[in-house]
Design a protein around this ligand. Structure first.
Ligand code: 0O2
Length: 267
């Protein structure tokens, strides 16, 4: 048997996790900048600990030399959503990505595990470029709601504490908590459009305020400074009104003014 160079083995998986976190976080940022609701709320990622790799290999009777071929979750990405509906939107996003090739899917949302665990799992191939060249590895992507993530994090810690033999009375409580999570997620889904409207308005307002203040700052260097201070005061006054239409009108007027100054400075 060859000596296992764990650092060398794990480097591409570590790289994949880091790259995918950046990519999915950027996707969230792009949605926010465009004022569009993003079905992904949070991105997490982890490289499986060597001890967990060894435990899983032992449990599944996998030879150490076969670990890379047979373990799909050395690189793990978790995408957390607000609503159950979002999970399937995220699945669609992943299926369409050109940098991920879906190998298999498991729907533990519609087919809850006996433990009460719910999540959508995708195993996908991902290409990394390292010092040693090109390598295709498998990545496990778990997609679940905030509530499901809460449950599974707690349950995972208890599994660790009790070495996978959780006492019956705690199991029962976890099972009741899993049922409560289903009720909670359903309740949240029923007010989804209201929550999304509220979040969208917040996003639209935040983008508008950022635009206005950037314009004011840029114009401050070009236009009459006193006039710009007046405009800034006007902005604070309108902002206090808490009226999105007025804020939008103010932004358009400021845009026109900025265009005028830009045209002047061009000529
Ligand atoms: P860790 O420590 O999170 O990495 P299979 O091949 O289908 O028989 P496998 O490969 O374990 O079994 O796949 P499965 O069942 O889809 O589980 C993959 C991962 O999902 C697990 O990885 C967990 O992260 C998570 N998971 C599955 N079942 C449960 C559960 O009952 N509770 C919690 N909290 N998480 C679960 P690992 O390697 O088991 O664990």
């Amino acid at each position: 048997m060859e000596i296992q160079l764990w650092r060398e083995i794990l480097t591409p998986y570590d790289q994949a996790v880091k790259e995918l976190i950046v990519k999915f976080e950027h996707l969230i940022k792009e949605h926010k900048e465009k004022g569009i609701y993003c079905p992904i709320e949070q991105v997490k990622g982890r490289l499986k600990a060597i001890s967990s790799i060894l435990d899983k290999a032992q449990k599944k009777n996998i030879e150490i030399s076969q670990i890379e071929k047979k373990l799909d979750d050395i690189a793990g990405i978790r995408l957390i959503c607000q609503f159950v509906e979002d999970i399937y939107k995220v699945v669609e996003i992943i299926r369409k990505r050109s940098d991920l090739r879906v190998v298999s899917e498991k729907d533990y949302i519609n087919h809850m595990k006996d433990s009460g665990y719910r999540s959508y799992h995708i195993i996908a191939e991902y290409d990394v470029e390292t010092l040693k060249g090109h390598k295709t590895i498998n990545v496990e992507i778990q997609i679940r709601t905030l509530a499901m993530d809460f449950w599974s994090t707690i349950e995972h810690s208890l599994q660790y504490k009790y070495k996978k033999n959780i006492p019956d009375h705690i199991r029962e409580r976890l099972s009741r908590a899993a049922d409560a999570i289903i009720v909670l997620d359903n309740e949240m889904s029923s007010v989804r459009s209201e929550i999304m409207d509220a979040q969208n308005s917040f996003l639209i307002q935040a983008n508008m305020v950022a635009d206005i203040l950037t314009n004011i700052q840029n114009l401050y260097h070009l236009a009459n400074k006193r006039e710009m201070l007046k405009i800034q005061d006007e902005f604070y006054r309108i902002y206090k009104e808490d009226n999105l239409e007025h804020l939008e009108r103010f932004r358009r007027e400021l845009d026109l003014m900025a265009e005028g100054y830009r045209a002047q400075s061009y000529h």
